[in-house]
Write a protein of this length. Structure first.
Length: 303
């Protein structure tokens, strides 16, 4: 696999701050997101590279190793230990440069500590042994769903590294919530276990509702006469309209609470937040002369 320059992928240099990395990632992730580039293999590949670069560069420990060891950053500690020992023994000497590393000079590697990484760094003159198994790399993916989709348990199929993965998304998933799919990441090396897949969910903004935890907030436009005299009105919910009773002399900005008509609680069946409808009173327009006179009479009475 060719070396992937994470800074170049995000269009940054090594002096980039964490804010620079986050901004670059968000901009590129939106541009190359699979939902916006259906059937575009290049965009899909670019999106995966962006996620991989972001995962490493936003982790201080991983970034430190990457900056120090480059393409060999995953094996940086192994390399450093071996290099120090190798320097002490001397490359042209007859002694084993890995002495003290629980390593049989006859060529039998301890598979728990060594890999073909050492062959890449020091050649194969100690070769002939078994290759160590390494766990595969963790992968990251993003899935965007609507507020309505987030309110019901449903299945979604998406593609990661050319593989279709079908998952069940529980009702009540939060915006920015991350779930882990064990063993769905990159393949291991030399028979090692697969990495994991981490999926971050983005719940798109809805023009009708604002979500706060498990509660939903919406607006209810009410005519002046119903607000003054009372009556009934229809409130929008995720599952249709709900008929509510309006009290006489209801004021603008009043909130009506509809208990357990909000968002489902994550992984808790039959539990829901509340729905709050804030009243927005609409004044009548294009009044006739008779209507204006009647309002004037009402005004005079109030005085």
């Amino acid at each position: 696999m060719a070396f992937l320059d994470y800074y170049n992928v995000l269009g940054l240099d090594k002096s980039a701050s964490q804010d620079d990395i986050k901004k670059a990632y968000r901009k590129l992730a939106r541009k190359y997101h699979p939902d916006l580039n259906p059937n575009d293999e290049e965009a899909k590949k670019k999106f995966q590279e962006i996620n991989e670069a972001n995962e490493v560069l936003t982790d201080p420990e991983k970034r430190k190793k990457y900056d120090q060891y480059g393409e060999n950053w995953k094996h940086g500690e192994e390399y450093q230990k071996a290099q120090q020992q190798y320097s002490r023994q001397g490359r042209g000497g007859t002694q084993n440069p890995f002495e003290g590393f629980d390593f049989d000079y006859s060529g039998n590697y301890d598979t728990g500590e060594y890999s073909d990484f050492f062959e890449q760094m020091f050649g194969s003159r100690f070769g002939g042994g078994r290759k160590s198994a390494f766990r595969g790399q963790d992968l990251n993916a993003e899935v965007t769903i609507t507020l309505k989709e987030a309110s019901v348990t449903h299945q979604r199929t998406f593609t990661v590294n050319g593989k279709n993965i079908r998952i069940t998304i529980p009702a009540g998933i939060q915006n920015g919530q991350k779930i882990r799919l064990k063993g769905q990441g990159a393949a291991g090396v030399n028979g090692g276990p697969k990495g994991d897949l981490y999926i971050t969910f983005t719940v798109a903004a809805d023009p009708r509702f604002q979500r706060k935890g498990d509660d939903l907030y919406t607006k209810l436009e009410l005519d002046l006469y119903t607000a003054l005299l009372g009556g009934n009105a229809l409130v929008n919910s995720l599952n249709g309209q709900i008929n509510v009773k309006i009290k006489p002399e209801t004021q603008n900005g009043t909130k009506i609470r509809l208990k357990e008509k909000g968002f489902p609680v994550y992984k808790q069946e039959e539990r829901f937040g509340d729905l709050y409808a804030e009243i927005n009173i609409k004044n009548p327009k294009n009044l006739s002369e008779e209507e204006k006179n009647l309002f004037q009479q009402l005004s005079d009475l109030r005085k």
